[in-house]
Structures are given as structure tokens and as C-alpha cells.
Design a protein around this ligand. Structure first.
Ligand SMILES: Cc1cc2ncn([C@H]3O[C@H](COP(=O)(O)O)[C@@H](O)[C@H]3O)c2cc1C
Ligand SMILES: O=C(O)c1cccnc1
Length: 366
């Protein structure tokens, strides 16, 4: 499934991009006045192979959840149980991502690829948002796709076997296909996993060559001693495994996470179906680096939603050549920053659908 997905990923379509550039030039506005949105609309036309490209509506957020053996190294003050508890919160509709998804009209799917603790997924008949098992669009849905109940500690051994990393990538590919088959016109990346900014930093260092200090951030907000220790943990994992950036499955297995690998698959799956994928924060962009290592053309499907405050996110975005749409100092994950950027993407495409040309509106040109 991984190989056929990679084989299906191709470059942006030049004729559709030319058509979009020519249409942009005829719309009733000074050329270039929509800044970044113009190039984004051109790129999305190239991805869809049509001008105008479809509106990115409806959107589907896929939140991949997993736990991390490296949590044992005290890289975060939060207990591992919070991962499972937050999954419960997502399903009950109570997290920030749910509020932003409701605002954006996006569906929420939570995929357990490796949560260590048992999930409390009993239906809550009193809750307006319902819970797992419902097929209503406005109710968050849980998909159980456990590869293993958390990774191994990457400072001691490889976080995953190659087979486990592949299985997680393939969960992401499958979810992309299912969401697109159900009608999603854009996929939005989400993540939950206490300690997951540590493997994200290691992945970014492995794929970009940045050193551990440049790639590592404070995650949920660790104090100075913990931050220094976290940089050392990332550096120790990199020294132990010396991951080869041309072998993305090997990198994901050595220093990745189950949700990172699944997000890599989601991105590849979206790119193969020529559907855009809106990237959230540092976990998403670390997965995006793995995706381009598998298939360089996958970058054509990526839209960087926001610039996470995590320094590794900026390192990764630079390598991907992506400019984030918004920069609000967010450092939450879950898909929150990407969801806030969704109306910007929709606006970029809507212009091509709805704005009059100088000819049609009878507006004089310069
Ligand atoms: C209550 C809570 C809700 C969250 N929602 C997302 N994250 C975010 O923080 C975690 C990563 O940060 P670190 O690597 O420092 O542990 C991930 O679970 C991520 O999704 C949360 C974290 C917490 C505590
Ligand atoms: O950018 C992110 O996605 C992020 C940052 C801090 C903690 N969790 C996630």
C-alpha cells in the first residue's frame, strides 16, 4: 500500500496552473494584490488539475494519538495518562480542536494508533457532542487502529520496528482514503501524544541536518533545566541511531512516533488522491519531512497552516519551502493552528470561483 501510494504521487499540473495565473490576472483587483493567496490558488489548481480547483469544503481533521517510550526520560512534566484523557475530551467535543472544528465546519476523526492507557469511550447520552460509534457528521468519531501501545524509548532502542513504522504509515494512508471517499475536500492534520514534541525534534534534526538544539523546543512549556535535558535526550537518540535521511521508514522507526508515522501516511494518501492537506504544528511538519523523503512531489499537496512557536517547525518549513499562512504564537497541536488557517485557504480558492473579471464587470484597466 505504501509503494502504490508513493507511485501515485505526481507533480503539479502546469496547464491548470497557467490557467489559474491567467484568471488571477483578469480578476477585478490589482495584479498581486492578494499576495500569498494568489500563488496558493495557483498551486491548488495544479494539484486538482483544474481551474478553478474545488473549494476546500468540507474539511476533515484527523487527530492521530499515540504515546512515547521517551516519556520515561522526563522530557515533559505531564503524565502519560493525559493522552488517553484528551482522546476522551476530543470525543466529548470539549477540546480546543473541537471548538475550532465546529467554527470551521470540519469533521473530527480521532485515530488511536498507539495510546498506552485504556480509553474511556463509553457513550455520554447527556453530551451534545455524543461520542464514539456515531455516524453523524458533527460528532467526533474514534477509529481504533493500535499498532502498539506506545513506542519504545528511543534513547535505549529504536522507537519502532520497521514493520511497526510501516503499519502506522499505512493507517494514515487508509484514513486519508476513507475521509476523501466520505467527501472531504481537504484534510487537516491533528496530533495528541504526551512527549511527542521530542520525537518531532529528532525527526526534524534527522531529515534536515539541524542540530538537536536548533530542532528542539519547549513543547507544552518546560522549564530551563528540563529544556536543556530535552536537547540532550534528542542529541543522544540521534547519536545512538545515526538515522539515514534517505531512508524515511528507518528514520521513523528509530526516532519517530506512531502518530508522526501515521501523519506521514495521511499526507502521502492525500497527495496521491491530489487532495490538499493543511499542516498544523511541529508534529505535522516533522511528518511532512518524512513524506517528502518518500515522495518529493508530495509537497505539492501541502499547505502550511501556521508557524508553531516550536523552533523546529520553522526549520522544517524552511526545508519544505512552505510559507505558513498565519503566525499567532500557537504551540498546542491537535490541529488547532491549521483549522484557524482554513478560511484563508477557502478564501484563496473562492476568489477564482466568484470574483468578476475586468471584462465581465465592465471595470476599466490601467
Ligand atoms: C492538556 C494538554 C492538551 C494538549 N493538546 C495538545 N497537546 C500537545 O502537547 C503534547 C506535546 O508536548 P510535550 O512534548 O511537551 O509533551 C502533545 O500531546 C500535543 O498534542 C496537549 C498537551 C496537554 C498537556
Ligand atoms: O506545534 C505543535 O504542534 C505543538 C507545540 C507544542 C506542543 N504540542 C504541539
Amino acid at each position: 500500500m505504501l509503494e502504490t501510494t508513493i507511485a501515485a504521487i505526481g507533480p503539479l499540473d502546469e496547464p491548470a496552473m497557467t490557467a489559474a495565473r491567467q484568471l488571477q490576472a483578469r480578476l477585478t483587483k490589482p495584479a498581486g494584490s492578494l499576495g500569498t493567496l494568489e500563488e496558493l490558488s495557483v498551486r491548488l489548481a495544479g494539484l486538482a488539475r483544474s481551474c478553478p480547483p474545488p473549494l476546500p469544503d468540507p474539511a476533515a481533521v484527523a487527530i492521530f494519538a499515540g504515546d512515547h517510550g521517551v516519556h520515561a526520560q522526563r522530557v515533559t512534566p505531564w503524565p502519560q495518562e493525559v493522552t488517553a484523557q484528551m482522546v476522551g475530551n476530543f470525543l466529548a467535543g470539549g477540546a480546543v480542536v473541537n471548538a475550532f472544528a465546529r467554527q470551521a465546519g470540519a469533521t473530527v476523526t480521532v485515530i488511536d494508533v498507539g495510546v498506552a492507557n485504556p480509553l474511556d469511550t463509553a457513550p455520554d447520552p447527556s453530551g451534545p457532542a455524543g461520542s464514539a460509534g456515531s455516524d453523524r457528521d458533527d460528532v467526533p468519531r474514534l477509529v481504533s487502529a493500535t499498532v502498539r501501545r506506545g513506542t519504545r524509548d528511543m534513547t535505549v532502542t529504536a522507537a519502532l520496528t520497521r514493520d511497526e513504522a510501516r503499519a502506522a504509515v499505512e493507517v494514515g494512508i487508509r484514513i486519508a482514503g476513507e475521509l476523501i471517499d466520505a467527501g472531504a475536500a481537504i484534510l487537516v492534520t491533528g496530533d495528541m501524544g504526551i512527549a511527542n514534541t521530542t520525537p518531532a525534534a529528532a525527526l526534524i534534526a534527522a531529515f534536515t541536518g539541524a542540530d538537536a538544539a536548533e530542532a528542539t523546543g519547549r513543547g507544552t512549556g518546560v522549564d530551563d533545566p528540563t529544556y536543556q535535558h530535552k536537547i540532550e535526550v534528542v542529541g543522544a537518540a540521534l547519536r545512538r541511531h545515526t538515522p539515514d535521511p534517505t531512508d524515511p521508514l528507518g528514520v521513523l522507526a528509530a526516532v519517530g512516533g506512531l502518530e508522526h508515522a501515521a501523519l506521514t501516511g495521511l499526507i502521502l494518501g492525500a497527495a496521491a488522491r491530489r487532495v490538499p492537506v493543511l499542516l498544523d504544528g511541529v508534529i505535522a511538519v516533522s511528518a511532512a519531512l518524512a513524506a517528502v523523503a518518500f515522495a518529493p512531489d508530495a509537497v505539492g499537496a501541502m499547505v502550511a497552516g501556521h508557524r508553531s512557536a516550536e523552533p523546529g517547525a520553522t526549520v522544517a518549513l524552511r526545508r519544505l519551502g512552505l510559507t505558513p499562512l498565519i503566525d499567532l504564537g500557537l504551540r498546542l497541536g491537535e490541529g488547532t493552528g491549521a483549522l484557524l488557517a482554513l478560511p484563508v485557504v477557502t478564501g484563496a480558492v473562492r476568489v477564482l470561483h466568484e470574483v468578476a473579471t475586468f471584462d465581465s464587470a465592465g471595470v476599466a484597466e490601467k
